[in-house]
Design a protein around this ligand. Structure first.
Ligand code: EUG
Length: 540
């Protein structure tokens, strides 16, 4: 059931959905066209290249989609799902397909038909100024929502991830994170409309009460709370989602605290925890970025070192000096009337000032012109005020044909524990001769430790090594009791295998639900390591 792998450098060959022959596939494509319109089904191999993983891993990248279907509304999604059930065609729903570092738009299972809900379902259905929420279709990007709020003179602001080109719905459904006080996107999700695997449609929360005036106001409704079952999942295709939006504050100020040494990590985290857990004075989701990540956005690796192996200590020191940054750089934003900002900033300085060598800068104190090292501070200031950006994309210029694979373990907000996790990853990146570009994204009681492994996407050896490194780290992290919050398509089985408490009780539960709701196994087989019965136990 494997198909011919395609590579990014050669023209794609046709792949078929597993189990279908050319004739059945052509028939199904014709049926899809009847539903969504001729031009809204893409089936030419050359046109499918846009739906490949932009940062493929493994010597031979996965084969990709057999076709892409672009429905215009919920009813069309239902019709597409019903046809897929007739033919047993695996569907891979995407919103905008910008899940880069985790597989992009590519399906987990080669030969799946991508359902591109974002292509035509791009309406902002409602922005409620008084209650502070938006109701969105899956194609609405952060940039689009931002423009809408701006042009309508809204007093609301959104929370975006580092890159603003993706879908608000898609990022939330993958449990992505942002950096304002509303940074935990799923926490602020306020109700879904979902097409189920056999084509029925449901609304969650108060949306199940016909005529409810509170769909986006109370997410839990009555009875079991299913919304989480539609995140990182293959149990449905979300066609509408509500998201809470905070009020734009009267003022805001961003700051950078630089810390000299790698081992400062432990004290930074221990000082940070009580300030964060109470949401004051650390009001937003702060980030602790290492020097390689900050340097990576404003320079190329060759400027600092052009040899093989990891960046030598001398090069790291030169980066710190020339960019006027620390090994660790802590970025946060304060919101409120100026006296609140002043008081909180004083508290932050008192607390972190205990660490020898800590230096403090506000975004106003380090204007960006002629100060490359201040670039991240200003980009954070935008993002933390709900202004989407694409600046971080420059990280991919660090090395030629740059791509990144994310290794994303959850870390306790405990100094010693965070230091242990940092050393565990660093030991292996050093051994692999690759760079550790990383950040800790600080939630309330946990940190997302994101290691971005940068590699040359045109080099099969580098692609394979990056995959091997990450696979090994997933295992090593699990041996220490750590798990990842999200992972690349190629590693989903590996990560799910580590969530195996109680003889794999969690995966067994997911499989039973999967088989009950999706008996034909058509929605995103293999997503998050959950395979429907017909593919289970095979290797894909
Ligand atoms: C980042 C990247 C991620 C993620 C969270 C944050 C930010 C990078 C690619 O994955 O899951 C600068």
């Amino acid at each position: 059931m494997t198909s011919t792998p395609t590579s990014t450098s050669t023209p794609a060959s046709r792949v078929l959905p597993p189990g279908l022959d050319e004739k059945q596939f052509a028939e199904a494509i014709a049926r899809f066209r009847e539903v969504v319109g001729e031009e809204h089904v893409i089936s030419e191999p050359a046109d499918l290249a846009a739906f490949h993983d932009p940062y493929p891993v493994g010597a031979e990248p996965a084969g990709g989609a057999s076709a892409v279907v672009c429905p215009a509304d919920t009813a069309q999604v239902q019709a597409v799902v019903r046809i897929a059930n007739e033919y047993g065609i695996p569907l891979s729903p995407i919103s905008t397909g910008k899940n880069n570092g985790y597989g992009g738009a590519a399906p987990r299972l080669t030969g799946s038909v991508v359902v591109n809900t974002g292509a035509r379902m791009r309406r902002i259905l409602e922005v409620n100024e008084r209650f502070g929420y938006a109701l969105l279709e899956p194609g609405v990007t952060y940039f689009q929502l931002y423009e809408h709020l701006l042009t309508t003179g809204s007093g609301l602001m959104l929370d975006c991830p580092d890159l603003g080109w993706g879908s608000v719905v898609g990022n939330t459904l993958d449990r992505g994170v942002g950096y304002t006080p509303y940074g935990d996107h799923f926490m602020w999700q306020t109700g879904l409309e979902v097409v189920l695997p056999e084509g029925d449609v449901l609304r969650t929360g108060m949306g199940a009460v016909p005529g409810s005036t509170s769909w986006q106001l109370f997410p839990y409704g009555f009875g079991p709370y299913p919304d989480g079952m539609f995140t990182q999942s293959n149990l449905g295709i979300v066609t509408k989602m509500g998201i809470a939006l905070m009020q734009r504050p009267p003022a805001s100020m961003s700051y950078l605290i630089t810390f000299e040494h790698e081992d400062d990590l432990a004290r930074i985290v221990d000082i940070m925890l009580p300030l964060r857990i109470n949401m004051a004075p650390l009001q937003n989701v702060p980030v602790l970025r290492n020097i390689v990540l900050d340097a990576g956005v404003v320079s190329r690796r060759s400027e600092w070192y052009d040899g093989d192996g990891p960046l030598p200590a001398e090069a790291i020191e030169r980066m710190k000096r020339e960019l006027n940054l620390g090994y660790w750089n802590f970025y946060g934003t304060l919101y409120g009337p100026p006296p609140v900002i002043d008081t909180y900033y004083g508290m932050i300085k008192d607390a972190f000032g205990q660490i020898p060598g800590a230096r403090f800068y506000t975004h106003e104190e380090r204007p960006e012109a002629a100060d490359r090292g201040a670039h991240a501070l200003h980009d954070r200031h935008k993002i933390n005020n709900g202004i989407p950006s694409l600046d971080e994309l420059k990280l991919l210029d660090w090395i030629p044909n740059g791509g990144h694979l994310a290794f994303s373990p959850v870390s306790a907000p405990d100094g010693e524990d965070a230091l242990k996790q940092f050393r565990m990853v660093r030991r292996r990146t050093d051994e692999w001769g690759t760079d550790y570009a990383a950040q800790f994204i600080i939630g309330l009681r946990e940190m997302h430790h994101i290691g971005l492994f940068l590699y040359d996407t045109h080099d099969p050896k580098a692609r394979q090594e990056t995959l091997d490194l990450t696979r090994l780290l997933i295992r090593e992290a699990a041996a220490e009791g750590y798990g990842e919050y999200r992972t690349h398509n190629a590693l989903m089985d590996d990560v799910m295998a580590t969530y195996n408490w109680g003889d794999g009780a969690l995966l067994k539960f997911h499989e039973r639900v999967k088989d009950a709701l999706d008996p034909r196994g058509v929605i995103a087989p293999g997503k998050s390591g959950i395979w429907p019965k017909r593919f289970r136990g095979q290797s894909h």
